[in-house]
Ligand binder design. Structure first.
Ligand SMILES: Nc1ncnc2c1ncn2[C@@H]1O[C@H](COP(=O)(O)OP(=O)(O)O)[C@@H](O)[C@H]1O
Ligand code: SF4
Ligand SMILES: [Mg+2]
Length: 418
């Protein structure tokens, strides 16, 4: 063979040694790369652990004398103009949020639940003043007791509140800028709002990442390198890095697998305990909402139809719509047969909502009065409100008959609630 290549034996030996050296050198280089990467990770880990001065959760918790409520929403409306006249005057409106009222306690979570299109996202965005408020009020109270009527504040006046009010979006895939590294994404708002001195930003961001379950070496990586759950952690880290007081989480786990959903929700709960944050948690999934919320508000076509503590809603769901939502929650028991109640028809258009009770077109308990008169919120038990004619103070005979039907919750519904 050597003769074929016209090499002498000594040349072949030299070539062999040379090739061998190249292979050894490449091998050493690969080991060096692994080692330097390992050293870099270790250094970042040590750096992240050594930061105590500027810690995400060090100043957390709720001051003793802070007012009880962080947010008071009263009769909030968000109507979008859908038809305009020749002169640009709106002729008709889409009533996405149509008179919503609730109070949120500091450090607690209110879950907003309802099917797609009922106005949950619009409610969250309206409170954050990403839309101008059509009517009603939303009062944010800070820890010192200063009250801000969000509906009346001008854009410039809202600026200082932007760090205190944050939003976590539903889709972790499109809400992260693809050309920025994780470190740059999280540090952007920290720099802009001067949360920590410039020289401390890098360490602070590593600290935030640690609290959100992100490895320090993710700092220089790009969003496309991560799974959905990790991306949502990045979104949460970005929102919490500015130390907000109220975070509106808009379907934050809807795009994730069930096991990852639990991890992300546990992370949100842990950070809430450590930092004293209040959450408005929006989801179409009652089984997710009941796991994280202290209070649950059920929305239908722009209105809250039932609201109460999580225990009230889970053990004594009273509105026919809430009961239908509960019946659709899967039962984690193969020996129990689930009988999900299929709601008749589609969600009506908020641009042309039904007269009377907006749910009457799909309600199996619908009575004559339901098609004419809008039901008012009634307090069934302290803190448990429902808007349905079945629970009117002086119910009609029809309502009494229907009411017997509703309150005798069948076995399946009871099992669902268990
Ligand atoms: N910017 C907008 N302009 C006009 N209509 C809108 C706008 N945003 C949302 N809507 C409408 O408001 C209704 C509620 O939407 P949304 O708040 O996104 O519901 P959900 O989050 O509960 O799915 C829908 O009918 C939607 O089409
Ligand atoms: S008011 Fe009437 S239509 Fe509406 S939920 Fe109650 S029973 Fe059903
Ligand atoms: Mg939505």
């Amino acid at each position: 063979m050597f003769s074929l290549l016209s090499l002498s034996q000594s040349d072949a030996v030299t070539l062999g040694v040379f090739m061998g050296l190249i292979i050894v050198a490449e091998f050493c280089y690969i080991i060096y790369l692994f080692y330097s990467d390992y050293r870099e990770r270790q250094a970042k880990l040590e750096e992240a652990e050594s930061v105590e001065e500027y810690d995400l959760v060090s100043t957390g918790g709720i001051p003793e004398n802070a007012p009880q409520y962080i947010l008071n929403v009263k009769d909030l409306k968000q109507w979008f103009p859908v038809n305009r006249s020749f002169f640009g005057k709106p002729k008709s409106f889409l009533r996405a949020v149509d008179g919503v009222s609730f109070d949120l306690e500091r450090g607690k979570t209110i879950g907003i639940v309802g099917e797609s299109g009922c106005g949950k996202t619009t409610l969250g965005r309206t409170i954050l003043r990403l839309y101008d408020i059509t009517e009603g009020s939303a009062v944010y109270t800070d820890e010192k007791g200063n009250e801000y009527e969000l509906a009346k504040l001008k854009r410039k006046q809202l600026q200082p509140l932007r760090t205190q009010l944050q939003l976590v979006f539903q889709d972790p895939y499109s809400s992260l800028p693809p050309r920025m590294t994780v470190g740059a994404i999280i540090s952007e708002a920290v720099r802009v709002h001067k949360i920590v001195p410039k020289s401390k930003v890098h360490n602070y961001v590593l600290n935030v990442m640690k609290h959100c379950g992100l490895q320090p070496h993710y700092y220089d990586r790009y969003p496309h390198e991560f799974s959905g759950g990790q991306r949502q952690r990045i979104c949460i880290a970005r929102a919490l890095a500015v130390k907000p007081k109220l975070v509106i989480c808009d379907e934050p786990v809807s795009a994730l697998d069930v096991s990852i959903q639990a991890q992300v929700i546990n992370l949100l709960k842990k950070l809430q305990r450590q930092m004293g944050i209040s959450y408005m948690f929006i989801s179409h999934d009652l089984s997710v909402v009941k796991y994280i919320s202290d209070t649950i508000a059920v929305m239908y076509l722009g209105n809250i139809v039932e609201m109460g503590s999580t225990a009230d809603i889970c053990t004594n769901a009273s509105h026919p719509y809430t009961q239908a939502l509960f019946s659709a929650v899967p039962v984690p028991n193969p020996h129990r047969k689930a009988k999900p109640e299929v709601l008749q028809g589609e969600l009506p258009s908020p641009a042309n909502p039904p007269k009377g009770c907006k749910f009457h077109t799909r309600c199996k308990h619908c009575m004559d009065c339901c098609t004419e008169t809008e039901p008012q919120m009634r307090e069934l038990t302290p803190g448990h409100y429902v808007a349905c004619h079945l629970f009117d103070e002086q119910p009609s005979e029809e309502a009494v008959e229907q009411g017997n039907d509703v309150t005798s919750v069948d076995e399946n519904e009871q099992e669902q609630k268990d």
